[in-house]
Write a protein that binds this ligand. Sequence first.
Ligand SMILES: [Zn+2]
Length: 410
Amino acid sequence: MTDRLYYHDSFLYSFDAAVEETGGDARPAVILDRTAFYPTSGGQVFDTGWITAGSQKLRVNEVADAEDGRVVHYLEAPVKDLAPGTRVHGEIDASRRRDHMQQHSGQHVLSAAFVRLFNMPTVSFHMGDDYCSIDLDVSDLDTPNVTKAQVEQAERLANEIILENRPVDVRFVTRDEAGALGLRKVPVADREELRIIDIRDWDLSACGGTHVAQTGQIGCILLRKTEKVRQGWRVEFIAGQRAVATARRDFTTLTESASLFSAHIYDVPQQVRKSLEEIRALRKQREQSLEELAAAQAAALLAETTELNGRKLVVRTFSDRDMSFLKLLAQKLTRLAPNVVVLVATTSPQPSIVFAQSAGQAFDMGALMRETMAKLGGRGGGSKDMAQGGVPGAEGIEAALASVSTGLRG
Ligand SMILES: [Zn+2]
């Protein structure tokens, strides 16, 4: 069993130890007789840092619990001459540890707030790179959810406990003693001795993690997103410097958005709403204008097309229309008269082709389109009276239309 120095002092960032074992060809690792490095467990993630042995400075990039109760330090590079008994010096990345202590201790304070305020016990805790979260069990409640008002209330109370700077003590007790103390959550592990984290007159939980010494060191806690999850209700939060960094990022994002509207940040939602309404109105107007344009263009095209063999064949290539306009135009044309055949295309923004004929005409537009697409290397098809296709390039479109129209005239 490795002697876990962090059990007794979370602020111990450097220590001396002796090597017990090295190994791992695939992934170099070292086991020490004692360590201040925290291995991932109980939702809190591992420490990183360095182990120095003589002139070797080894980067520790992950720390894990082994099944035999020892702590494994995984190293970035292989080790040389680190025989058992070698004296080494360990150094933990202190800012990473401080961040973890803030998040983890913040979680204790917050979980207790949700229990005291709303009887919502925490069933799991997750610490990520960006944010942390707790899952609350709400199944016993009349309204099994977490409201916005509850989030604000829990956040306020948790921050009050932080501001009161309550002592956070670590105690070791037997299971029987723990039962009498009234823990927020009694662990299922079969250890006889339990490590209790006691936030004065606020929260008692059994936990093996690293915590601050007074709640004031958490700094602050900021609640973010809430969402329903399988096992209850998830509440995302961040504490300490992370909360400040996130608030800073939020402010930067909001400021950038506000400057786009030349507005105050608090007016951004209103400005966005207004813009969306304008976009909706303009889109409607545009659709109507295109409809009118298509109708006018269809009438003009039909008027300038002479009838041949009892049929009016309209052939036209545009340079600045989209597929939906081509279809609209073809629709208008084929409905204006019973004897119209339409071959229209556009070269940009997306080179596209539409073939159509008035209902009852004898050709097969779908088949013609498939033939044309095969020649131009595009994809398309359709029904007997209306077909569409997209091609990779604009070149060849006009020649293809000409060839099809010659075929139809013959
Ligand atoms: Zn803890």
